[in-house]
Structures are given as structure tokens and as C-alpha cells.
Design a protein around this ligand. Sequence first.
Ligand code: IPM
Ligand code: MN
Length: 359
Amino acid sequence: MKYQIAFLPGDGVGPEVLAEARRVLELGGRLFDRTFDIVEGAIGGTAIDRYDSPLPPPTVELCKNSQAVLLGAVGDKKYDSLPAAKKPERGLLDLRTLLGNYANLRPVFVFDPLAEGSNVRPEFVRGVDLVFVRELLGGVYFGTPRHRDANRAVDTEVYTVDEVRRVARVAFSLAQSRRKKLTSVDKANVLETSILWRQTVAEVAREFPDVTLENLYVDNCAMQLILKPKSFDVVVTNNLFGDILSDEAGVLAGSLGMLPSAAIGGFAGLYEPVHGSAPDIAGTSQANPIGAIASVGMMFEHSFRLPEAARRIHNAIAKVLDKGYRTRDIYSDAANLKLVKTREMGDAICRYIETPNAP
Ligand code: IPM
Ligand code: MN
């Protein structure tokens, strides 16, 4: 099979981490007999500089003709003064809408060797394996009216039953394939959208009698994620809460740089690390490529139905961490750790994908 993949490095550390992700993609294609036509496009600040638009027409065309999209990161302080409609972030939001990806899977898996390095005590984070299912096309990110003048600004949180239902179904089926527990997170003690959310999730629950549903308010969930992160399996929540909680969960995994994501439900999956453009370290080869590489793993699983390839990538990451390879964000001065640059981390992961039993 031949697939076209839109390759959108974006801003900041995006190009650095995506260069490593690309090598893993090509290697996976070689090992699992898929041909990838990887075509680069501009998004975010780099697209603003070149085309005066964060999601220019050539990138739209490219993505429309692709079976999957791999994205680095968008955003830079340089564009802070632009109106919202012209900011780099807008390019990413418009891309999600264009592709129709309403469900954003953000797995948080704590690799054993990183449990010691987390800011949360190791006995609490060791063994954490949860997945956020973040609603991605609705809520306050997209609701109207939306405006701002000098004295007053308005954003609108909107959800329809259909929007909640479709993302809830993704979350319940995922829970069914895992430990069969779903936590739905809202603020139903205060917000009308959350009351609708909770009612709709309860209705969908009847289609999945083997899954245990629990409801948590978002403030309590933020606390439980630190107090007992192992109690979570699948967590479904709205666009804004999912954005916030997934950064928090990055702490459990040792670094936000570890977390991958897959946005699904539309005509082509969108795969990107959860971390941002990290302008402070851009160009220094210190960025952690694991989030981006694990996103390629998710692409193999969700877009190409190759869970074996995804497993192979996951195992190679585990191996590399076992062997002590660490980018700066996950490095500590414990014995036997090797502080490496973005490229060396990518090299080591490729080596163990190719030869899982290499020394
Ligand atoms: C994320 C990011 C984006 C979001 C930004 C860059 C628009 O923070 O993917 O988590 O808020 O969705
Ligand atoms: Mn975010």
C-alpha cells in the first residue's frame, strides 16, 4: 500500500522533533512493507512568514489529499500581537476542523525508568497507564459569539448532544478495549454545557454495559490525577479541560515531551506531540523527540491498522529509556544516565526498532 503523509514541522522545536519522527516513519514503512510519500507543508508561524496565513491554501490542499498528517508544533511570542484569526495557533485549530478530527487521544504512559524522575513520588506514578479522550472541535475554542473590546471580552462554551455523543462513543469503545473504566470530567455543578455533557455521557453508557462510568468535576480530577493517577483508565472531557489536564499529566510521565497524541474521527488522522513549540530551547538540539516518535506509533495503529508497528516503536522507546538515554527534560544526575541530543535519541530508538534485541 502507498500512502501520502502531510509533514508539517511548524515552529520552534517542531522541525527538530519531526526530523526524528520522520526517520521512524520511514523505517516503520520499510519494516512493515508500506510505502509513504512524505510531503512537507507549512503551518503556524513559518506559514505566516511565507504565505501570510497560518494555514495557507497549499497546505490545505496537501492535507486534503493525504491519508495522515504529522505535525510538530506551532506558536511563537513573535506573533503575540496579531489578531486571534491570524495567530499560528489558528492554523492548528483550522487544520483540526478541516480534517474533522473530533476525538483527541492523549495517552499518558509512565515508563518504569522515569518513575524515579517524576516530581510526583515514584510509588504513585509507577504503572500509570491512562488515556485522555479530549473533544477537539467544539466548546469554548470555537463557540460564538466571541469578541473583545477595550473593556469587555466574550468567549462562548457551546456543546450539542451530537458532539458529546460521538466523542463519548470513542471513549467508551477505547475503555472497552482496555481496563473498562471511563471517567467523564465536567463542571456540572456550575456549567449548563457540563450538565448536558453529563446527561449525554450517561445515555451513551447504556450502549456499553461492560464499562464502568465515573463522573468527576474538573477541579477534583486535577487533584486526583496527582493523588492517585493509577485509578484512571480512560478519561473523556471537553476541549478546554482536556487541554489543561493533559499538560498536568505530562508531569506524571516525567516530561510533557514524552506525550504523543492522535486526533481521529475525520477523513485523515492528525498526529502530533502534546508539547508546544518550546521557543526557549528551539535550535539547541535539546528537545525530546519521544512525544513525536510515539505519535508516529499512534499513526501506525490508527491510520494504517498496524498495531504491531506501534508496539515495536513503544518497545524501542522503553528499551532506550532502560539503557539510560535521556534528553535534558528527563535527565537527572542519577548513575548510568546518558544525556543525549534530539538526534542521538532518535538514532537509539531507530536502532532498537530495527533490532529489538540489540545490546
Ligand atoms: C495543544 C495546544 C493547542 C491547543 C494550541 C497550540 C492551540 O495547546 O494541542 O494542546 O490548545 O489545543
Ligand atoms: Mn495544550
